[in-house]
Write a protein that binds this ligand. Structure first.
Ligand code: AMP
Length: 192
């Protein structure tokens, strides 16, 4: 299995790039944000609970998202590998992910961090809000809160993987295809 964490602030392009990498390497993308939005649309108990946190730009409690990922690891046991997109977002989640993978005889091979400056993130998210109608992309103060939550609670996850020698930083600005090529260069190194 090839298990990767695609990491970076909101608006860094994780979802966009995950789709290309999924195709190229036959991996399964696991986006906790997509799963939570789907749970909200279906009004499941998880969706009802997550909605308030998401609309405020706050993180959904660790145990909820860890539970969702644990179910996916069981459901897609036969996958060739996973691209974790938007997970882990706290060090607690990262520790739990390592544990869940270890229990299945697996591990994370690398974390790919897409580096994008904050003013560019704000621009991209405001545009996405207009185009997609996503609730948490509509309001500048909520977007700024998500960027702050990233700085305060999520960025330390990069140190967690760096300490394991697994962190790769990729410039996340430029043409989408150029950024994909940068990611592929790293993944091809990991596959050697
Ligand atoms: P995303 O689509 O990854 O930008 O996630 C949208 C929102 O879903 C976030 O702002 C959080 O409220 C919630 N969310 C997604 N993934 C996680 C996670 N791993 N931990 C906690 N909350 C999450």
């Amino acid at each position: 299995m090839l298990n990767l964490v695609l990491f970076g602030p909101p608006g860094a392009g994780k979802g966009t790039q995950a789709k290309f990498l999924e195709q190229r390497y036959q991996l399964r993308q696991l986006s906790t944000g997509d799963m939570l939005r789907s749970a909200i649309a279906k009004q499941t108990p998880l969706g009802v609970e997550a909605k308030g946190y998401m609309n405020r730009g706050e993180l959904v409690p660790d145990e909820k998202v860890v539970g969702v990922i644990s179910e996916c690891l069981d459901e897609y046991r036969d996958a060739k590998g996973f691209i974790f997109d938007g997970f882990p977002r706290t060090t607690v989640q990262a520790v739990q992910l390592d544990r869940m993978l270890a229990e299945r005889g697996e591990r994370i091979e690398g974390m790919l961090l897409l580096n994008v400056p904050n003013d560019e993130l704000l621009k991209r998210l405001m545009l996405r809000g207009r185009e997609s109608g996503r609730a948490d992309d509509q309001d500048e103060s909520i977007i700024l809160n998500r960027i702050k939550v990233y700085e305060d609670q999520t960025k330390p996850v990069a140190d967690f993987y760096s300490a394991q020698g697994k962190l790769w930083v990729i410039e996340g600005v430029g043409a989408v295809s150029e950024i994909t090529a940068r990611l592929e260069a790293v993944i091809d190194t990991l596959l050697k």
